[in-house]
Design a protein around this ligand. Structure first.
Ligand code: ATR
Length: 277
């Protein structure tokens, strides 16, 4: 019997997940289908119960349900529980189990480019949901020196205080981070500054960026933010958000099927879909 997967969110029409996952199912010759479901917050509880009752084999969760879904699941993977957000659910032995492949996807994307992350001095820009997933994941994988800078300093301080892993982290204002930017080997941009349509925005000036540094921006629309363009001009290596997007999808597929999908193929579909927007 055909297995049904999906993605739930509000709104949901913009999601590119169906294009990627349906192609991966077809490519692997699996009799599965992946469908977008528009679920509003007031219907979330009923939706999860209904999905289980009709045998939905797994699904992704997007805005605004990533945290709200947790009480409706049977189990949550340890890192996802610590982060407090779930973006992938898998049906296993009668239970809905939650994972956070956004976090794992980011870590895989970054560690593909940088082998000895635990020895690097890292700066995370932003202290929202994405920063929380990235910061916790880095520390859970043994990185220790990870500072956080945020427009609202108190949120960076709260994020550090909230993190249960071993750390040597400082919370910095954007101005402080801008001044000491040369101290960092890896800079990770998680805010919406620079995302379409705000193409000219940057969290701060990178005039002090050192030439050999690595700059990762989780934005994928546009594929090259102003920050990445300027960082490249200053001799840094850069990475956009496409790799993270691909790996979070690939890891979800792997959790559901046990098969590692063709990530180059996924990336091409994403590029085409995003380019067409
Ligand atoms: P997400 O879940 O995508 O991380 P979020 O939780 O709303 O979204 O967090 C957005 C982050 O981007 C915050 O760190 C926010 O800074 P504040 O905490 O001061 O609000 C940051 N942010 C948004 N726009 C920004 C801008 N123009 N410059 C700098 N930081 C910005």
């Amino acid at each position: 019997m055909k297995k049904i997967y999906g993605v739930i969110g509000d709104p949901i029409a913009h999601s590119i997940s169906p294009a990627i996952q349906n192609d991966a199912f077809t490519h692997q010759e699996l009799d599965c289908i992946y469908h977008p479901f528009h679920i509003t917050p007031e219907n979330l509880s009923d939706a999860v119960k209904g999905m289980k009752a009709i045998g939905i084999a797994g699904f992704n969760i997007t805005i605004p349900h990533k945290t709200a879904i947790i009480p409706y699941l049977d189990e949550v993977d340890e890192l996802a529980a610590t982060i407090g957000a779930v973006n992938t659910v898998s049906y296993q032995d009668g239970k809905y189990i939650g994972y956070n492949t956004d976090a794992m996807g980011f870590y895989k994307a970054l560690s593909d480019q940088i082998s000895n992350l635990t020895e690097k001095k890292i700066l995370v820009i932003g202290a929202g949901g994405a920063a929380r997933a990235i910061y916790f994941t880095l520390l859970s994988h043994g990185a220790i020196s990870v500072d956080i800078t945020n427009r609202t300093l108190e949120k960076a301080e709260a994020l550090i205080a909230d993190c249960p892993f071993e750390k040597q982290s400082a919370a910095l204002t954007l101005l402080q981070a801008e001044e000491k930017l040369a101290d960092y080997d890896v800079i990770i941009q998680t805010t919406s500054a620079g995302m379409s349509p705000h193409l000219d925005a940057m969290p701060f000036s990178i005039r002090n960026l050192s030439e050999g540094s690595f700059v990762s921006d989780i934005i994928y629309n546009p594929l090259e933010t102003k920050l990445l363009k300027e960082a490249k001009q200053k001799g840094a290596d850069v990475q956009n958000g496409l790799d993270m997007l691909v790996y979070q999808a690939a890891l979800a597929f792997q959790i559901w099927t046990g098969i590692t999908p063709d990530t180059t193929r996924m990336k091409n579909i994403m590029r085409t879909t995003l380019g067409g927007k």
